[in-house]
Design a protein around this ligand. Sequence first.
Ligand SMILES: Cc1cc2nc3c(=O)[nH]c(=O)nc-3n(C[C@H](O)[C@H](O)[C@H](O)COP(=O)(O)OP(=O)(O)OC[C@H]3O[C@@H](n4cnc5c(N)ncnc54)[C@H](O)[C@@H]3O)c2cc1C
Length: 405
Amino acid sequence: MRVVVIGAGPAGVTAACVAARNGHSVILLEKNEKIGKKLYITGKGRCNITNTASMDEFIKHTVHNANFLYSAYHNYTNDDLRKQLNDLGVPTVIERGGRVFPRSMKSSDVNKALEKWIKISEVNLFLFENVTSIQKNSCFFIIQTEKNIYEAEALVISTGGRSYPSTGSTGDGYDFATKFGHRIIPQRPSLVSINLKSPYPELAGLSLRNVQLIYKHKTIKYCEFGEMLFTHKGISGPIVLKLSALEHFTTENAYLEVDLKPALTDEILEKRILRDFEKNQNKNIKNALKDLLLQSLIPIILKKAEINSNKSVHQITKKERVTLKEKIKHWDMKIESLGSFEEAIITRGGVDVKSVSPSTMESKLVKNLYFAGEVLDVDALTGGFNLQIAFSTGYLAGNSIGDKK
Ligand SMILES: Cc1cc2nc3c(=O)[nH]c(=O)nc-3n(C[C@H](O)[C@H](O)[C@H](O)COP(=O)(O)OP(=O)(O)OC[C@H]3O[C@@H](n4cnc5c(N)ncnc54)[C@H](O)[C@@H]3O)c2cc1C
């Protein structure tokens, strides 16, 4: 069959190479000057390509529409991906949490491997080809770019989501899918920082380890333990990104609480504060908390507790001491919004999976039309799971073309 694949990210490259391996004549169209621009910036330039978790764990780490991915994950596993990369000259290593990286720790090596795969598979790659519209007559898909027109018997849309649009993922696939009658689930940024109503720009860049972040909305309470980071507009870092990916995350009537001392019970923290107070009786309160809190947090917590930071420790009332403890355990923060698509790692929403076959990635509405990667309404947590989604769905789409069993 004559196949056109739109978008040369990990999903599109995999679909194209697998379809070509199966004997199809494949054209891969990419609007950028090179393939995999987003892949290049993954994992802070190191590319956390997949995870060693079992495929059942993959399902658990997939936040949205996990069951839809069951066949894709099992048809092309993390081991298959690592073997493929190894065969292309990029051995991988395992880091903390089962995260898999190229041994060189360079995402550019993964891109080079994909370029090599395209070459040996004899896929016809055309760069600077921005697809602007797609039509279909009784025989062919007619794909119009800014410069050319292509015809195909089978078409794969793998144009990515909306996040980091500077890499080429500008949501074009949603318009193409809509034209073919597909429903598009509204998108929102995910795995992204959280903007606060009253941010702490003076703390920007400060990282807090071993803290607990609690999200509260009506009866929902969700806790994450680990590392967070202050930004000019709010907070970021691993536990914040994870919270931002909550299935039912909302900014309406929701708020956050930071527990700066999750390892200490209220009673133990109370004793700790009393001990520090005894030791520093004649000091100002702002100088008496240095063993307990980071210097830069002291004025903020004292302000929250409405305690004058120049007050002497021996003047602090019991009520003030209790409030101080409360604010250390329950530092409340009101949510303004999620960070923007410009900085989000992933897009939540996209092509509704109800109209796509989970065992082939083919559209249930249009024969020989396939979807792969982030353009679909699927997303997972950090740890290499999102790239595995792209590779696995790309493989399944490419391998299903022309297979009418
Ligand atoms: C900063 C950052 C770090 C990340 N780190 C990780 C990580 O370490 N591990 C992990 O698992 N995931 C990570 N991700 C997520 C991961 O990069 C994506 O999930 C993955 O790239 C999606 O692959 P894709 O092929 O579906 O889409 P994309 O990689 O977005 O590729 C889509 C391609 O389609 C092209 N395209 C779009 N429209 C058109 C058009 N009209 N015509 C022609 N071409 C078009 C685009 O230019 C692009 O090249 C990260 C994301 C970001 C933003």
